[in-house]
Design a binder for this molecule. Structure first.
Ligand code: TYM
Length: 345
């Protein structure tokens, strides 16, 4: 029996989401999907494909629906069981957008001005970014609080958005004199896969938007592609160190050892005990490629199988949306009553 991820106290509910904005990579898998699977055995979980978030950047309408199905297929292929967890598309539950509007009136401009992800994504041309990209974290807060979720498994890059979610909950509860109405949600970030870095630059996050496909391992990469990417992954000329301290200031080495540790369920120290003193190409990189293929190829094969029947994925998502709406509707109705809308009375 593995350690539970969350101490069993009080009413607990998990919410998380992934954007259908491109192929999933190893960072999404280790930072999010692996945790989704573990948590579904511990409590009620909602896993959303956040298509409203995806359109904050341009998405081709011809491919968005199939991208949404692909993320759902990745959830299932990674081990999320739709009979246990509620899996649905965000746009199928209109309450998300409704609560987001209320939260747009709670969040302060100054709070959003501090969001580093907006700065990164909008780049030099902030004035050309969509307004949706700017209020993206407010919609994220609505996703979570629409279900009064208490725990959110995410990678480290989402820490600031989760802090904003707590700020919005606290301000709403305070301004409307509704103590404890929205919970102060906890981010579940800890874990060996919380921040997987690019294979080309150990100081940059592995990302869907990196123009170089060599920088990431996609969930759908075949065995040869994975082996090639690992072989070409940037390292330094030194051998693998004896201790974890020896990985300091060696970001590429640290990242590859971290990925191996996360996939093999070992600590970095245990991995180093096996490979210390050797060059990367000798046996570490081939072993890393093997473990990546061993873990990811069943996931991509299952994704392909599921994607062959899009109607079945749509049925599962529709059933999930009905379950999600049943949870969301009374919370939104109560929120509207608190705000003073006649529709909530
Ligand atoms: P998205 O689609 O960008 O990322 C999905 C998940 O993958 C994690 N992740 C990583 N983890 C480790 N290393 C990496 N290199 C890496 N890259 C991405 C992200 O942290 C995330 O957990 N804003 C969210 C989507 C969202 C959401 C929500 C999440 C919308 N509403 C409500 C939780 C709760 C996002 O960044 O998705």
């Amino acid at each position: 029996m593995t350690e539970p991820l969350i101490a069993p106290v009080g009413t607990r509910r998990v919410f998380s989401g992934v954007q259908p904005s491109g192929a999933l990579h190893l960072g999404n898998y280790l930072g999010a999907l692996v945790k989704f699977v573990a948590l579904q055995h511990e409590m009620e979980c909602l896993y959303c494909v956040v298509d409203l978030h995806a359109i904050t950047a341009w998405q081709d309408p011809k491919t968005l629906a199939s991208q949404t199905r692909e993320i759902a297929a990745a959830y299932f292929a990674a081990g999320v069981d739709p009979a246990k967890a509620i899996v649905f598309a965000q746009s199928a539950v209109p309450e998300h957008a409704e609560l987001a509007w209320i939260f747009n009136c709670v969040a302060r401009l100054g709070w959003l001005d501090r969001m580093t992800q907006f700065k990164e994504k909008s780049g030099k041309h902030k004035e050309r970014a969509s307004v949706g990209l700017y209020t993206y974290p407010v919609l994220q807060a609505a996703d979570i609080l629409l279900y009064k979720a208490t725990h959110v498994p995410v990678g480290e890059d989402q820490k600031q958005h989760l802090e904003l979610t707590r700020d919005i909950a606290a301000k709403f509860n305070h301004d409307f004199d509704a103590p404890g109405f929205f919970p102060l949600t906890e981010a579940l970030i800890e874990g060996p896969g919380a921040r997987i870095m690019s294979l080309r630059d150990g100081t940059a996050k592995m990302s869907k938007s990196d123009p170089s496909d060599q920088s990431r391992i996609n969930l759908t990469d075949d065995a040869d592609t994975i082996a090639g990417k690992v072989k070409r992954a940037k390292t330094d000329p030194l051998p693998l160190p004896e201790t974890v301290e020896g990985l300091k200031d060696r970001p590429e080495a640290d990242n590859l050892v971290g990925v191996y540790a996360a996939l093999s369920g070992q600590t970095k120290a245990q991995v180093l005990a096996q490979y210390a003193g050797q060059g990367f190409g000798q046996s570490f990189k081939p072993a890393l490629a093997d473990i990546l293929v061993e873990r990811l190829s069943p996931v991509s094969a299952e994704m392909r199988r599921l994607m062959a029947d899009p109607a079945e994925i749509d049925r599962t998502l529709a059933a999930g949306a009905a379950r999600a709406r049943a949870l969301a509707a009374p919370i939104l109705a109560q929120t509207k009553r608190i705000v003073g809308f006649t529709a909530g009375q």
